[in-house]
Ligand binder design. Structure first.
Ligand SMILES: *Cc1c(COP(=O)(O)O)cnc(C)c1O
Length: 421
């Protein structure tokens, strides 16, 4: 049977040991093919039920008593479960704020801890917000810090060797996206962390595109700090707060620059002098958005139940399948693989570039009900969320992308850039 056939894709779905998990998600429209779980994960059915219970009982009936019935501990408890997805100890992960704000907190804490060192290293594949946060920090501190943004050699792979060479005795912090958002390249966490430690620098990993998609071993890599999203592969819902990780021996050493009452020892003592907790709770600031934190737990439970090793295995198989179809069907039509060809170096999304990328993306969404996303200049990002993406989804998308070029369907769409891509 040729790989380029619907029956082959259906056979792969039939054999998929994780296929039952697709039924745990809400499908408003069975015809819609969703390949954007790396930007906003689907809605788990259990989250619908949990949201009703949160509103009706926990908030509606129990009112303020719910804080004593588990709300207070929720950011710590859900963080503890999430730790199981990133190779950390339960007390090393906390749910708090957005990824951007957590980056601010942890980068500020690291720069204070490494006072005297001036260099911050990152790369030009990092998420722009991460760089904006660093620029704001440098300006606020006004202490001579510099940001070295190391360029990728090919806009696909991370500049690993140049980063290793750049880490020196003036380096305070290295901060990178572990899986980069455009190409899906995945850094060798252990290698970079080790080099940073040899030179006395700290490392802060952004796991937004890694958590729930690749195997992350924070403890094994001796990582200092990490942050990441919960609304992508974790299916926590739009705007769900982020997580932060700090290795246990650094808990009492690093200071939260936004020192609020939720980090205070005996917070209801209402003492006017800040005296923080000795554990990770010191990195809490204010009241957590409980309705959203509770929904993160549902998403994390689903991933834990499926198992990260099995999810990663399926994700690799699906990205290999997509790449094989690209090679046979799409490459001759001008589509470029903007993602590492080596499975060990890529996450769970594939970027296909095309000179007509923007118009192809519009046609996919508007004509065919296939939802990827578009990242300038030419990347059509196809996110594979192994909990619910089927081989049939991948197969159909590849067929349509071929048709859009062969039948010149893209010519029906304008080159105007929409507000949200
Ligand atoms: C999605 C994403 C973010 C999002 O940050 P927010 O503060 O939640 O908006 C940050 N970093 C990376 C690498 C991301 O992919």
């Amino acid at each position: 049977m040729t790989q380029n056939s619907l029956s082959y894709a259906l056979e792969l779905d039939q054999q998929d040991p994780l296929k039952v998990f697709r039924e745990r998600f809400f499908f408003a429209d069975e015809a819609l093919i969703y390949l954007d779980g790396n930007s906003l994960g689907r809605l788990p059915l259990a989250s619908q039920e949990r949201a009703k219970e949160l509103i009706a009982q926990e908030w509606g009936e129990r009112l303020i008593r719910s804080w004593g019935d588990g709300w207070m501990e929720m950011p710590v408890k859900v963080g503890g479960k999430l730790a199981g997805l990133v190779g950390a100890k339960a007390h090393e992960v906390l749910i708090a704020e957005s990824t951007s704000v957590n980056l601010y907190k942890l980068a500020m804490a690291a720069l204070k801890h490494k006072k005297g060192r001036r260099k911050i290293i990152t790369d030009n594949m990092n998420f722009p917000s991460d760089i904006y946060i660093l620029q704001g920090i440098v300006e606020t501190l006004s202490d001579g810090h510099t940001i070295e943004v190391i360029p990728s050699p090919d806009d696909i792979h991370g500049p690993t060797q140049a980063i290793l060479d750049s880490i020196d005795e003036d380096t305070a912090l290295v901060t990178l996206s572990h899986t980069v958002f455009k190409s899906g390249f995945v850094y060798d966490m252990k290698k970079i962390t080790q080099r940073a430690h040899e030179m006395g620098a700290m490392v802060l990993w952004d796991l937004s595109h890694s958590v729930g998609s690749v195997l992350v071993e924070l403890n094994a890599a001796k990582a200092d700090m990490a942050i990441g999203c919960t609304y992508k592969y974790l299916n926590g819902g739009p705007g769900a707060p982020a997580f932060l990780y700090i290795r246990e021996d650094l808990h009492a050493v690093l200071d939260n620059p936004i020192s609020g009452w939720w980090g205070q020892k005996n917070m209801f003592g209402l003492d006017l002098d800040y005296d923080p907790e000795q554990d990770l709770r010191r990195f809490q600031t204010g009241t957590a958005p409980i309705l959203q934190v509770a929904l993160i737990e549902i998403g994390v439970d689903l991933l834990l139940e499926a198992g990260m090793e099995k999810l990663r295995e399926k994700s690799v198989k699906q990205t290999e399948y997509l790449i094989a179809l690209w090679e046979e069907q799409l490459k001759p039509l001008g589509y470029r693989l903007n993602t590492p060809a080596d499975a060990a170096q890529r996450g769970s999304h594939i970027s296909l570039g095309h000179d007509e990328g923007l118009r192809i993306n519009k046609a996919l969404i508007e004509r065919y009900q296939i939802i990827p996303d578009f990242r300038a200049p030419d990347n059509i990002r196809l996110g594979i969320a192994p909990l619910y993406t089927s081989y049939e989804d991948v197969y159909r998308c590849m067929q349509v992308m071929r048709e859009i070029i062969e039948m010149k369907v893209y010519e029906d769409y304008s080159t105007e850039v929409p507000l949200v891509t």
